[in-house]
Design a binder for this molecule. Structure first.
Ligand code: ZN
Length: 210
């Protein structure tokens, strides 16, 4: 795995950029986000971290990854609140970006144009395998996109899908450990065809693609 940190910012250089870390659940997105932000802190850069208020799985104020690495963050209602950050901020981290509104790409562009290094982590696909929230737009405008993979629990291959193991049609469903498992394309499709909880509409869409 090659991680792109070519433009790791040095002091006094005003070069902004957007980096995206995306993948399925359990792919290590948040670990990678935390790793990059810790390195920025070691470089004595001022780091601020934001996450959507909807993400309250473990801790109100901290970004928590599955291996319990923790880094303090500010929960915000709307992406525009991120623009109110302190003027001395040099690096901005954003976690669970898929849950933000569609203004987030615009906000990230504004930050990068100010010379800020913006590092964004988020799910690229929802449980139905569709592009998730503002992620596709963010990936388009970013300088660097890193797709991390989980391990398919069915076959052990690299997984890019988050397969929902319980019946629920809502796109936002928190409490991931018991509700999702990472799957590769083949294992995701094998079960998607037979599971009873899929809506008629999605079944219809799949038929029309054949
Ligand atoms: Zn598989």
């Amino acid at each position: 795995m090659l991680f792109s940190e070519q433009n790791f910012k040095r002091k006094k250089e005003l070069i902004g950029s957007i980096e995206i870390i995306c993948g399925s659940m359990f792919s290590g997105k948040t670990e990678e986000l935390i790793r990059r932000l810790r390195r920025a802190q070691i470089a004595k850069l001022q780091v601020e971290i934001f996450k959507p208020k909807v993400d309250v799985r473990y801790d109100e104020k901290a970004i928590v990854s599955h291996n319990q690495n923790m880094i303090p963050s500010t929960p915000v209602d709307h992406s525009s609140s991120i623009l109110l950050l302190s003027a001395t901020t040099e690096v901005v981290g954003i976690d669970e970006a898929q849950f933000f509104d569609h203004e987030l790409p615009h906000v990230c562009n504004q930050l990068a144009d100010r010379g800020i290094r913006v590092v964004v982590a988020g799910l690229d696909m929802d449980f139905q395998g569709n592009p998730f929230g503002p992620m596709p737009a963010l990936m388009s405008i970013a300088e660097h996109v890193t797709k991390v993979h989980a391990v398919c629990l069915q076959c052990g291959g690299p997984a890019t899908y988050s397969y929902r193991t319980i019946a629920n049609e809502s796109t936002i469903l928190l409490g991931e450990t018991e509700s999702y498992e990472p799957r590769c394309r083949t294992c995701f499709n094998n079960n998607q065809d037979t599971e009873c909880f899929l809506s008629e509409e999605l079944e219809g869409k799949k038929e029309s693609h054949k």
